[in-house]
Structure formats: structure tokens, C-alpha cells
Design a protein around this ligand. Structure first.
Ligand code: ADP
Ligand code: MG
Length: 274
């Protein structure tokens, strides 16, 4: 039997740190000495308490911020600036209010110089996949917050980026809408296979969201990587999947990292492990 092909790393961080200087002159270590690799096609969630450095890390991978130390490689190139190869969705402001829905979805392709007919076909295909083909000519102000998120997800996939960086994209949505968006996101991600599958880094502080979405969960605490958990539960995952023993165990580990359970503090546990 042939061995399983090993996916090459898409994202490689080596000793990445970032220090900020606050307005009062004090230095803040937002991210400290982070090293990890993400293979092409993996869906990774980055979890940690508020202020632990998640957004800083994601913005460095996006090329929106530079590390103070260390290096970041994506698809074998060092990251020094933003690139259309790395699509970003933030919690707010992912849709341009002055463009109709379909124009929003094809905007990235327009910036890449794709001809109108071709990019419209791609945008329409993605709008169909997220269930919004009936509102392609609507203005964003006419849509609910859940629909706007569908537009943002359609746009980031339509854009053709091989790496998707999502910073709490569904953080402001209600439970039902969030669950629907998980289905939409996973459907689009699983639609392509092999070397065409997008590599996803999804920031969240919602433990159930991470367990529903991820192949792997990286845990940050006080700017440091304190855990790296594989989630082997098969897909599609339902609400019942979260009740499986492996999931419950992972959930307890994650809650402990967030300081919500009486386990030893993450840093202390890390020392025990090494
Ligand atoms: P998270 O996304 O996990 O909530 P952030 O990455 O936003 O955390 O922030 C990590 C730390 O860095 C926090 O202490 C925050 O106050 C600090 N920080 C982030 N951006 C800046 C900045 N531009 N200037 C100064 N401090 C910052
Ligand atoms: Mg953040």
C-alpha cells in the first residue's frame, strides 16, 4: 500500500514575537516566541482568552503587522505585506456598503484584473453556494447580519485566496445564525480537495465553535502557544458530536486554558508536559 501523501506546510511561523509600545511608553509583549506549522488544507482554530494575542498573530500572518522578531512564511514566501493569496475576514466591516452584493463578492477578482463576465460567473456560483443568489443585486443595508456574513464568506472564497484568515467572524451573531454560518463555511471549505483545499486559520474564543470547525486547535495564553490539540472526530459534526467523549475531554482542556475550570494554570501544565 502506498503511504498517505503528507501535505507540505502552507504556513510556517518560526520564533515569532511582537512587542507594542503603548501611548504611555510602556512595552507590551502581545505575542512571544511562537513556532508552528500548518499543513496545506488544514482547518485550524486559534483559541485563547481576550487579550492573549490572537488578533496580533493573525494580522502578522496577513501581513498587516510585522513581527518584532522571528519569521512567517506562507506558501514558501516570507510575509512582508498583505497579499490577495491571504484572504481576511474580521468581525466587523467585511462588506463594502456602497457596492451591491454581487459586486462585493467579485471585488477581489476585479482587483486581480479578471474580465467582468468571468468574475461575475464565479461570484454568482459562490452566492448560490451560500444561499444568496436571490439577493445578488441588493444593497448590503437591505440584508440581515447573518446574510452579510454569508456575503463576506462568499467573497473571501470567490477571491481565490489559498489561505483564509478569519478573526472572530461570527462573534456578533446569535446561536442559530452562527450554526448556519458554520455549515456554510465548512461546505465551501470541503468543496475543494487535495491541493485546492484552502488552509484556514480561524480565531475564536468560543470553545464549541472551535470544536465544531477545527481539525486542530492552537491555544494561546498571555501571548504564548500553550497547547496544540488534534480533533479527530469525523465530519460532518453535529450538536451530538460535541457530546462524544473525545470532544468532552477536549472541551474540558480548553475551558481549563480559559481559566474556567479548576485545572492547573496552562503555563504550569505546559511545564509538567515537557
Ligand atoms: P486578542 O485578539 O487575543 O484579544 P490582541 O492581539 O488584540 O488580543 O492584543 C494582545 C495584547 O496586545 C493586548 O494586551 C493588547 O492590549 C495589546 N495590543 C494590541 N494591539 C496594540 C497596539 N496597536 N498598541 C498597543 N498595544 C496593543
Ligand atoms: Mg482579537
Amino acid at each position: 500500500m502506498l503511504p498517505e501523501p503528507v501535505a507540505s506546510p502552507m504556513i510556517v511561523l518560526t520564533g515569532v514575537s511582537r512587542i507594542f509600545r503603548r501611548a504611555d511608553g510602556q512595552l507590551v509583549r502581545a505575542v512571544t516566541d511562537i513556532t508552528f506549522e500548518i499543513p496545506q488544507g488544514q482547518f485550524v482554530c486559534l483559541v485563547g482568552p481576550s487579550g492573549c494575542g490572537k488578533s496580533t498573530l493573525l494580522q502578522m500572518i496577513a501581513g498587516l503587522l510585522l513581527p518584532s522578531n522571528g519569521s512567517i512564511r506562507v506558501a514558501d514566501s516570507f510575509v512582508t505585506e498583505p497579499s490577495p493569496e491571504r484572504g481576511v475576514v474580521f468581525q466587523k466591516d467585511s462588506v463594502f456598503p456602497w457596492m451591491r452584493v454581487v459586486d462585493n463578492v467579485e471585488y477581489g477578482l476585479k482587483c486581480r484584473g479578471m474580465a467582468k463576465g468571468e468574475r461575475r460567473t464565479i461570484a454568482r456560483d459562490y452566492l448560490t453556494l451560500v444561499g444568496l443568489s436571490h439577493v445578488e443585486d441588493a444593497w448590503p443595508r437591505e440584508l440581515s447580519s447573518g446574510m452579510l456574513k454569508r456575503v463576506a464568506v462568499a467573497a473571501v472564497f470567490a477571491n481565490g485566496a489559498s489561505v483564509l484568515l478569519l478573526d472572530e467572524p461570527f462573534g456578533s451573531l446569535d446561536y442559530v445564525t452562527k450554526r448556519q454560518l458554520h455549515d456554510v463555511l465548512l461546505r465551501l471549505w470541503a468543496q475543494s480537495d487535495g491541493e485546492n483545499r484552502r488552509t484556514v486559520l480561524f480565531v475564536t474564543h468560543d470553545v464549541d465553535e472551535a470544536l465544531t470547525l477545527a481539525d486542530r486547535i492552537l491555544v494561546l495564553h498571555s501571548g504564548r502557544l500553550v497547547d496544540d490539540l488534534g480533533i479527530g472526530v469525523p465530519r460532518p459534526r453535529t450538536a451530538d458530536s460535541l457530546l462524544m467523549e473525545e470532544m468532552m475531554q477536549r472541551k474540558h482542556e480548553l475551558l481549563a486554558h480559559l481559566g474556567l475550570e479548576g485545572a492547573p494554570a496552562p503555563a504550569a501544565r505546559r511545564e509538567e508536559m515537557t
